[in-house]
Design a binder for this molecule. Structure first.
Ligand SMILES: *Cc1c(COP(=O)(O)O)cnc(C)c1O
Length: 401
């Protein structure tokens, strides 16, 4: 008998030597922060909520009775708002009735897409490091996880064409892309996306792209791979309200793409959660179409760029080598110049050394991979915290220098 949870725990590095599952490094580090009073720059959630007008819209929806099961694909107003958003920002033409599915966060969209589209004979190719849920859902599907590294260069963490080419095989059924990328903060360039697109077409692979940080870029444009020639027909694009609106607890996400692929995802989604967040759907529909909210999101991105610089400068002064990210909430910092070769060990010591908590990048790599060894001494820190919190964290980090 096979127990799929063991595959999941194994794939995510969460199976202890005695065969029991253990807590994720995120949970361990957050508990450590609470226990020690350290500043938690580990888990990436904002410490300021999103726009009041959007919260008011959710409250109004509850008062107006949006409290029972909404339609399975999502309420029409939200599906239309998602399609309009894609046309306005990227020129993508999306049919709100046949090509959009509302999900319980991007997390469910990712899980339903992978479970719908791959099985034990298939390979799913991701970048590495990768968002931790990818390895888990690939294991749930019984598929094989392959990776192509993002490597630190003077131009940021970049995708190596030769490594990507080598990672594709005849069994690559799905490419699970992520741009802007967590944890590196890389925003893939049109040239990098063109290489992914060419290889996906050549191997007849479907692309599932996680674009939850689409609006949180710093002076470089986010390009959805679905906008590249001949790619819309083989791409499922996933995003979510959580990061864009600073309401990470609302868990309203969506996926759009060709009707036959969205049908496949919906077939699985309806038996995972059936429907998603009734009163939050009209609130997110309002948010996606409202110019005032868009201005708020633009200001969030501008303030994140400033906070990125504050944290990057502080980490550099403390003796880390940082790669300045072009998007997301996160910066990766190499501790090797400080004499720390093991990022996980450093993270366990960081509260006592400097009163700060981060997450080792090994939480986003596979044991034994080339990316895993290249990034062994790296730590991820978030800068989606208030200025005064970051100033205090930076001051404390100078104890390391
Ligand atoms: C936060 C995050 C998600 C999860 O999004 P939800 O809408 O909260 O489910 C997915 N992918 C990446 C890369 C993330 O950082």
């Amino acid at each position: 008998m096979t127990s799929r949870w063991r595959d999941v725990a194994h794939a995510t590095g969460l199976l202890a030597d005695d065969g029991t599952p253990r807590a994720t490094i995120f949970a361990e580090m957050s508990a450590l922060a609470v226990r020690t009073g350290a500043i938690n720059l580990g888990q990436g959630f904002p410490d300021v909520d999103g726009p009041a007008s959007v919260a008011d819209a959710a409250r109004a929806a509850i008062a107006d009775g949006a409290n029972q099961y909404p339609p399975g694909p999502g309420i029409p107003a939200l599906r239309h708002a998602i399609a309009d958003h894609q046309r306005r920002h990227y020129g993508l033409v999306v049919d709100p009735d046949r090509e959009v599915l509302v999900t319980t966060g991007a997390t469910e969209a990712l899980a339903a897409a992978v479970l719908a589209l791959v099985g034990p004979a298939d390979e799913v190719l991701t970048l590495e490091p990768f968002y931790d849920s990818y390895a888990a859902v690939i294991a749930m599907a019984g598929a094989t996880h392959t990776t192509a590294p993002l490597a630190a260069t003077p131009d940021g963490f970049r995708l190596d064409e030769a490594a990507l080419t080598a990672a594709f095989t005849d069994r690559t059924r799905l490419v699970l892309l992520n741009t802007p990328h967590n944890p590196t903060g890389t925003v893939l360039t049109p040239d990098e996306l063109a290489v992914v697109a060419r290889l996906a077409r050549q191997h007849d692979a479907i692309v599932v792209t996680d674009e939850v940080y689409e609006h949180l870029t710093f002076g470089v444009p986010h390009v959805p791979i679905a906008t590249l020639a001949d790619m819309a027909e083989r791409t499922l694009t996933i995003s979510s309200a959580g990061k864009t609106l600073s309401f990470t607890g609302w868990k309203v996400g969506w996926v759009h793409g060709p009707a036959h692929l969205v049908d496949a995802v919906r077939t699985v989604k309806q038996f995972l959660t059936y429907v998603s967040g009734a009163p939050f759907q009209p609130a997110v529909a309002f948010a996606l179409g409202d110019p005032g909210v868009q201005a708020w999101v633009d200001e969030l991105a501008a303030s994140l760029a400033r906070r990125r610089d504050l944290l990057c400068d502080g980490l550099t002064a403390a003796g880390f080598d940082v790669v300045r990210p072009d998007g997301t909430y996160f910066v990766l910092a190499d501790a090797s110049r400080l004499g720390h070769g093991d990022g996980a060990a450093l993270c366990r010591d960081l509260p006592s050394l400097a009163g700060v908590v981060g997450v080792p990048v090994s939480a986003f790599t596979r044991a034994g991979s080339s990316a895993d060894s290249a990034l062994a001494s790296w730590v991820r820190f978030t800068f989606v915290k208030r200025d005064e919190v970051l100033h205090e964290a930076v001051a404390r980090l100078q104890r390391l220098a």
